[in-house]
Design a protein around this ligand. Sequence first.
Ligand code: SD4
Length: 291
Amino acid sequence: KEEKPLILSTWNHGLPANKAAWNKLKETGSILDAVEAGVRDTELDMENLSVGLQGLPDREGITTLDASIMTGDGACGSVAFVRQIKHPITLARAVMEKTPHVMLAGEGARQFAIAQGFPLEKEELSPKAKVEYDKWKVTSQYKPIINIENHDTIGMVGIDSSGKLAGSCTTSGLAYKMHGRVGDSPIIGAGLYVDDEVGAATATGLGETIIRICGSFLIVELMRQGRTPQEACEEAVKRLVTKSKNIQDIQAGFLAINKYGETGAFAVHPGFNFARATSSENILIDSKSHF
Ligand code: SD4
């Protein structure tokens, strides 16, 4: 079904995020402002252990964040492996708008944030993350588990009434990752891709497997060749499944929208859901899956 404006975002927390995005769209009329404001809401959600500074840390006990933002005219910005910044999505937007670069990482991203006047937060685990990390340290076994809290990055894509598209993606990445590990979320074309001529896509799940197939770019290019958003998401999952070992242990999900406001979603395993907001409703929908 074609619909504009429209905002889609991953997982249950997509509902409040869509609401925040929608309010911002009404306020400023900018789909870029909307996708930034939407995921900022999730970055502050203390219950969420996969987004923002309250997210689960890496193996060393340090929480590091990845985020990206993109508009349909090709403008994009991202930050990776950044510490102490409450709103990495806003920092990614600053990289896009205020530097000649697309991506800043680690200490350089933090220095840029300081120069831009972002407050540096104290480096300590949230109470919930600390409990989980202490439990994890007992065995220190690294094994991503599908569909639990270490897979709930927020990715958001939206279209305004004139057909302009934008997207955002923000995460603390995989719980107990190696220090310095960067996932798909800040990589343009992997965790997020947007092109006004075609549509937009975003991803969630095991970043390594999404990067390998340039998942979001692949979906947009498949739509460019005539696939519907749903067909494109299914084809990307098929590609991911054929290129990944141990697929029974790997979850990944994609969301897509085309320039007409048609949408698609697909995942490797059951359990992935997303929120879809239009002028008349904001609802959670269960994605279909390959298995
Ligand atoms: C990552 N894709 O860093 C992210 C993780 C994720 O919900 O989606 N978590 O690999």
